[in-house]
Design a protein around this ligand. Sequence first.
Ligand SMILES: Cc1ncc(COP(=O)(O)O)c(C=O)c1O
Length: 391
Amino acid sequence: MFDFDEVIDRHGTSCAKWDDMGPGFGVSAEDGLAMWVADMDFRAPQVVNDALHRLADHGVHGYFGDEKPYKDAIIGWMERRHGWTVASEQIATVHGIVAGLAICLRAYLQPGDGVILFTPVYHAFAKILKANGMRIHESPLRLDADGRFQLDLEALAASLKGDEKMLVFCSPHNPGGRIWTPEELRAVAEFCAERDLLLVSDEIHHDIVMPGARHMPMPLAAPEHLGRLIMLTAATKVFNIAGGLTGNVIIPDKALRERFDVAHRATGTSVNRLGAVMVTAAYSGGDAWCDALCAYLAENARVFKQGVDAIPGVSMMPLEATYLAWVDFRGTGMEPPELTARIRKDARIAANDGPVFGTGGAGFMRFNLGTQRSRVEEAVGRLQAAFGDLQ
Ligand SMILES: Cc1ncc(COP(=O)(O)O)c(C=O)c1O
């Protein structure tokens, strides 16, 4: 029904993932494989492209207004797919989730305030926290016997400095694709409540969940803590419309919302028409595509895991959500520069170096599996060859 196998050439389309791979990683665009930044090599669902065609046919691209159909689509998706009831007035539209986080920092914090991150974690969090003058308080995730991330709230409690005002949580987790259990979610919310921390829950990956796994939105796991919760969500990851830079900050509490709105208004921005049209179409008619995508990605993850786990000293974290594989190379005994060299120069793959994601990332690499199966198979072959001397 949907052809995720069709190889689409993205070169020369002002595409960050493929066109910036040479300058960013030294991997040639000619025969390199782009497995870094988190977008996919698939066309967006037909419903999205049809909506854009209608827009182009109409041909007038003025300011966006009458947000009701757009908001209704978001509300419908959250209710239908996540069992989460959202009210229209709780939704603010921002130019991407990272921008939404930046507005939160300006709305609620002062430069110098401490913000907790569970690392390794999506690297733009630290970038935007630093750029806004915040102190980053890292709480390293532990790896359990199965190689899965575990929170260490006891160690975090013992390490606090006292200036922490906010915890930014990534759920499901990037990198590693860990889905947090309802008990873990509640523990995080309670941790915040006991220390009067704001809880920002970035759930941008919440639709990319492997068949059989289940993600729970933070407001459902911790309904008694809505007064400190800020939710970040978007259709951009799952429907591959990240270039539309349209995301939602959903704030259940009225007082928190009013503070956010003041900072949001100060940016002078409003809803992007192209982004809103894509989101409305995707959230209204993208269900079957989303399900098929998740099944396809699960098979990509199976193929990739089987292939890299066969290399001595290498193992991939079991993927429950996202299309971002977190691969542990520590067992090879190689230092990060050698790993990077083998992956970029020998395998000709542009993947993210683990240390970029903060403490705990050394010896790991993140590979984006949001691509055609043939490319995943090619990547496995290249990695096995690049580390062939370990066999
Ligand atoms: C956890 C997380 N949050 C936010 C983003 C980026 O969101 P946006 O493009 O809407 O700023 C990403 C992209 O990879 C991500 O993984």
